[in-house]
Design a protein around this ligand. Structure first.
Ligand code: ZN
Length: 176
């Protein structure tokens, strides 16, 4: 059974902490697995395409991702103690964040990243990511370092026009 946890929002000190590395011995613990299940439940309910543990008040280096598209490579994924081993290119796009509700803005990110992390079974896995998948990994990785997209955004604004609301919702739902 998975439970929806409360997503904390900007201003909560936990969002600004550098999250702690997970001890791999902890991964098999049922309480840890419950946290992962709850994170997926919370992410799908929001809805969002990525959720970092600090967003549910747990300051550990974990995030979940599911772009919810047709490509199995894009999720559902659990990334524990993730690290980028390659970053290249540059691309700007509109982003939102479940912890900064109702806002959007343009953020420049790497176009291509390679990320290594432990999966929910503690197995080391490498992900080669482009486009929205790469953007999502960078956004979630920032959460583990206490960084929010509003720290690097251009033209932060309330999602006001119909077009922007649609865009913010599309980003959150991963439909683009
Ligand atoms: Zn976020």
């Amino acid at each position: 059974m998975a439970y929806i946890r409360e997503i904390i929002t900007e201003g909560h000190p936990t969002l600004r902490k550098v999250a702690k590395k997970v001890d791999p011995a902890e991964i098999a613990d049922p309480m840890f697995q419950q946290l992962l299940d709850d994170m997926f439940e919370t992410m799908y309910d929001a809805p969002g395409i990525g959720l970092a543990a600090p967003q549910v008040g747990v300051s550990k280096r974990i995030f979940t991702v599911d772009l919810q598209d047709d490509d199995d490579a894009h999720g559902p994924l659990v990334m524990i103690n993730p690290k980028f081993t390659l970053t290249e290119g540059e691309v700007e796009a509109t982003e939102g964040c479940l912890s900064v509700p109702g806002m959007v803005g343009e953020v420049t990110r790497f176009e291509h990243v390679v990320c290594t992390a432990l999966d929910r079974h503690g197995k080391k896995t490498t992900y080669d990511a482009n486009g929205w998948f790469a953007r999502c990994l960078q956004h979630e990785m920032d959460h583990l370092d206490g960084v929010l997209y509003i720290d690097k955004v251009k033209n932060l604004r309330a999602a006001m026009t119909e077009e922007e609301v649609a865009e913010a919702e599309a980003v959150a739902a991963g439909t683009r």
